[in-house]
Design a protein around this ligand. Structure first.
Ligand SMILES: C[S@@+](CC[C@H](N)C(=O)[O-])C[C@H]1O[C@@H](n2cnc3c(N)ncnc32)[C@H](O)[C@@H]1O
Length: 261
């Protein structure tokens, strides 16, 4: 042990009390590759103002999910300008692959210019509904992100195509499943809501992407083996995310493991 317990306890106290020390420690530890969290890009991501890309907190959640499960293969529907793709890239091991779909020419250009040289990234200029297992070199898919068409029928078709490629423990994240609360509207939300007057659930709550909400409901009714967890709040202006995963019984003994094998 290099440092005494007393010295470490003083350092810990200073670290928790002083933000300057925390920032300095953070910079220093970031120089060590194995300590890096890969979250520094998030400071430039927008929060409430973000209408296309993921909001900063949502990106933080997905980064944490990806870093925790260390996926080998990630599929993303909806590249846009690459915010969510870049975020996933920060979590991937060198042998992992991110395949991102988008129909837009602008997105294709962005992907070529900004991501062209990244070896574990593949942009596919095609619709989410045209997913085939060959797109991921027949690799089992561990993590999927739906953030493209926002349309129930297109998502259903995509789901059917995707299902055979999923690992048993695959996590599927669906963006825009939450509700906006009127009290937190900025002018851009008011403008969007004015164009979709039928999407109000009541005086306060607005379903900004009802197609994504209907999609989650459909998966749960047609594929009850999938459990859903919603990351929603109306205490902030958040687009909301839902995570789906097949329900599973966690094995707790060698006998159970042998029976399950
Ligand atoms: C909300 S943006 C994606 C934002 C991105 N995930 C991010 O967080 O930075 C939606 C994207 O989906 C694309 N899109 C729309 N319909 C699509 C479809 N059928 N297949 C694939 N991409 C589609 C649009 O061109 C747009 O770039």
């Amino acid at each position: 042990m290099i440092f005494s317990r007393g010295f470490r306890s003083v350092c810990q106290r200073v670290f928790y009390r002083n933000p300057v020390v925390r920032t300095a420690a953070n910079w220093a530890f970031n120089l060590v590759p194995s300590r890096r969290v890969g979250a520094m890009h998030l400071a430039v991501y927008d929060q409430e103002k973000s209408m296309g890309p993921l909001q900063r907190d949502e990106a933080l959640l997905l980064l944490a999910v990806a870093r925790t499960i260390a996926p080998r293969t990630v599929v993303e529907f909806g590249f846009f300008h690459g915010h969510s793709a870049f975020n996933f890239m920060q979590a991937l091991d060198d042998d992992a692959l991110l395949v991102s779909f988008d129909v837009s020419d602008v997105s294709a250009r962005h992907a070529r210019r900004a991501f062209g040289s990244k070896p574990n990234f593949r942009f596919l200029h095609k619709s989410q509904t045209d997913f085939t297992t060959a797109d991921v070199d027949d690799r089992p898919v561990d993590l999927v992100f739906f953030d493209a068409a926002h349309d129930l029928e297109l998502n259903q078709a995509t789901w059917r195509a995707l299902l055979p490629a999923l690992t048993p423990e695959a996590i599927i994240a669906i963006h825009d499943t939450g509700l906006w609360s009127r009290e937190h509207f900025l002018p851009l939300h008011a403008e969007f809501a004015a164009q979709h007057p039928d999407a109000w659930l009541d005086e306060q709550r607005f379903a900004h992407q009802p197609g994504e909400r209907a999609f989650v409901n459909w998966v749960q009714s047609e594929y009850p083996e999938f459990a859903a967890m919603h990351f929603h709040t109306t205490r902030r202006l958040r687009h909301g995310l839902t995570l789906l995963q097949r329900q599973q019984v966690l094995t707790v003994s060698r006998d159970e493991a042998a029976r399950a094998a």
